[in-house]
Design a protein around this ligand. Structure first.
Ligand code: OOB
Length: 547
């Protein structure tokens, strides 16, 4: 089917691809085909709303095609990579469908990313353009974009969603200036890469996740089905919409697939989100556990907003404590659906009609009957049924390799093509998974992933830091937080938490990665081979906490 796959992309083996096609899991439909079909079927239904915009399917389709034509005129060609760093605004949706229509590949960045993240992402993807907003939450994203352009050789264009009523800053192209009467569009193959997602909490060269139209649309379709979406559904994107979870589990793409409505909330606080639920008649949304707790608490305390339209709340991205899972339903008047997923592919859901015990106590089961999951020990051998072990997986929407990154692929995939998730799980006899933790050194800070190694590298640049080790500490609100163990260059002048946070921030790092705690110590415990033992440090912390 694919004459010459995108260089750097690892396709599925032909026999498996053929199976997915013959069973109708991969349909050959692209994202542009999907939007065209929906716009033809119900042109006047509302596709996208936020506090400033409201577009029907026909309008969204026209806007996306006008942008696609403008992107092409600017010189963006099929298969070009384009960084997209936009907050939760309607323009996000027209931009990504405009890029799909032009055959260009969005690279999904988060609004919280700064130059320490964006520059390596731009370099690793070879992006030719960056689409951002001017200001968001008082931060000048257009200026950041210029910094990124200065550091990434191939990045020629900065395209900016201007502040309302203002022009785009000099040197950038305003998104609205790009709109052109729709012309011809490239014919795309659904087996092609549609976009690149980012792997959470990775170090070194960013791990870019190539997802094809075929595989991603299958996951969207199946998610929409399992989450009960239909044309009456209104999905609220409260989490940053570029994340895989609000994008496709079932997310904004699930809502569009079902012919429903995408509503976007500027932020996930109860005041903003509850107002959006009431105003747009939201029926379904998805949250990380710490936010689900905040919503439940606010609803229990009483809210002036009418939340009665909300029927389903997905909770995932990090382990939802059983106690919280039990609390959310009654507090918000919803059915809870746990979701355990990853941008690399595999997504597990509890089903809407599962027994209480499954919904409250497990992270669900794979959404596809062709998902393969295995729980293995450190040598890759299967553990005893029900025992804890490392989850590995492959299937019709789990990638076979990161984009252009042989070293990461060597580490993250087995020779047989299984993805090593790094998650420690137990597989119950009924097929549901319980997530027990993670192997390795990634902190899951309320769904945002922090690489221990990456943060250590930053801290090591501080003159007062001789050595640093990051470990996770349990936290009632976020699930986990980061604690920096530090050896001071001069013990009499040890750095403070505030100093270290400011230092890391000034290095241009996303805010969620700043250390939450610091412990200055005289020495680090070592593993047998002389490496710093983060495990021993974690144990020392919990011992101290229990004393
Ligand atoms: C989602 O995607 P990512 O790529 O940001 O992070 C994936 C990792 C998983 O490997 C696991 O460590 C953790 O996040 N995770 C969970 C979880 N859901 C994700 N850990 C425990 N319980 C859960 N329910 O986070 C993501 C992608 C699609 C849907 C939902 C979440």
């Amino acid at each position: 089917m694919l004459d010459s796959p995108l260089p750097g992309f690892t396709p599925w083996p032909p026999a498996e691809a053929e199976l997915y096609r013959s069973l109708g899991y991969w349909t050959g439909e692209t994202f542009s085909d999907l939007l065209a079909a929906r716009a033809a079927r119900h042109p006047d239904a509302v596709a996208v709303v936020d506090t400033a915009q409201r577009w029907t399917y026909a309008e969204l389709q026209t806007r996306a095609q006008e942008l696609a034509t403008g992107f092409a005129e600017l010189g963006i060609r099929p298969r070009d990579r384009v960084l997209v760093q936009l907050p939760n605004i309607a323009e996000f949706v027209e931009v990504i469908f405009g890029l799909f229509q032009a055959g260009a590949l969005p690279v999904f960045c988060l609004p919280a990313h700064r130059q320490a993240e964006l520059v390596p992402i731009a370099q690793a993807s070879g992006a030719v353009a960056l689409i951002t907003c001017h200001h968001h939450q008082l931060f000048d994203h257009a200026a950041l974009a210029e910094t990124v352009r200065g550091a990434a050789a191939e990045l020629d264009h900065v395209i900016v969603v201007a502040d309302r009523g203002a022009a785009a800053p000099a040197g950038t192209v305003g998104l609205d200036e790009l709109r052109r009467t729709p012309g011809e569009f490239p014919v795309l193959d659904a087996a092609e890469v549609a976009f690149l997602q980012l792997s959470g909490g990775s170090t070194g060269i960013p791990k870019l996740i190539p997802r094809t139209h075929d595989d991603y649309l299958y996951s969207v379709r199946r998610s929409a089905e399992l989450c009960g979406l239909d044309s009456g559904s209104v999905y609220l994107a409260a989490l940053p919409v570029a994340h895989n979870f609000p994008m496709s589990s079932p997310g904004i793409l699930g809502a569009l697939f079902a012919g429903g409505t995408v509503a976007l909330a500027a932020d996930p606080t109860p005041s903003t989100a509850f107002a959006a639920i009431e105003r747009f008649g939201v029926t379904i949304s998805g949250l990380v556990p710490p936010l689900a707790r905040v919503w439940a608490e606010r609803a229990e305390a009483g809210t002036p907003h009418d939340l009665s339209s909300l029927r389903v709340l997905l909770v995932g991205g990090a382990r939802c404590p059983d106690e919280l899972a039990r609390r959310i339903g009654p507090a918000l008047g919803v059915t809870v659906q746990q979701v355990f997923g990853m941008a690399e592919g595999l997504v597990c859901y509890t089903r809407l009609d599962d027994p209480e015990e499954v919904i409250m106590g497990t992270q669900g089961r794979p959404m596809s009957d062709l998902d393969q999951v295995a729980v293995v020990d450190a040598d890759g051998a299967p553990v005893a049924p029900g025992a804890d072990g490392m989850l590995i997986t492959k299937g019709p929407y789990t990638i076979r390799g990161y984009y252009n990154n042989p070293e990461a692929n060597e580490r993250s995939f087995t020779a047989e093509g299984w993805y090593r998730t790094g998650d420690v799980v137990a597989l119950r006899p009924d097929g549901n998974l319980v997530v027990k933790g993670r192997d390795g050194d990634r902190v899951n800070r309320g769904g945002e992933k922090v690489s221990a190694e990456e943060l250590e590298e930053h801290l090591l640049e501080h003159p007062a830091v001789r050595d640093a080790a990051i470990v996770s500490v349990p936290d009632a609100a976020l699930g986990e937080r980061t604690c920096a163990f530090v050896l001071a260059t001069d013990p009499a002048a040890a750095p403070t938490l505030a100093e270290l946070r400011k230092f890391v921030r000034e290095r241009g790092v996303a805010a969620w990665k700043l250390p939450d705690l610091v412990q200055v110590v005289d020495s680090f415990p070592e593993t047998g081979v002389g490496k710093t033992s983060r495990r021993a440090l974690r144990a020392a912390l919990s011992e101290r906490a229990n004393r």
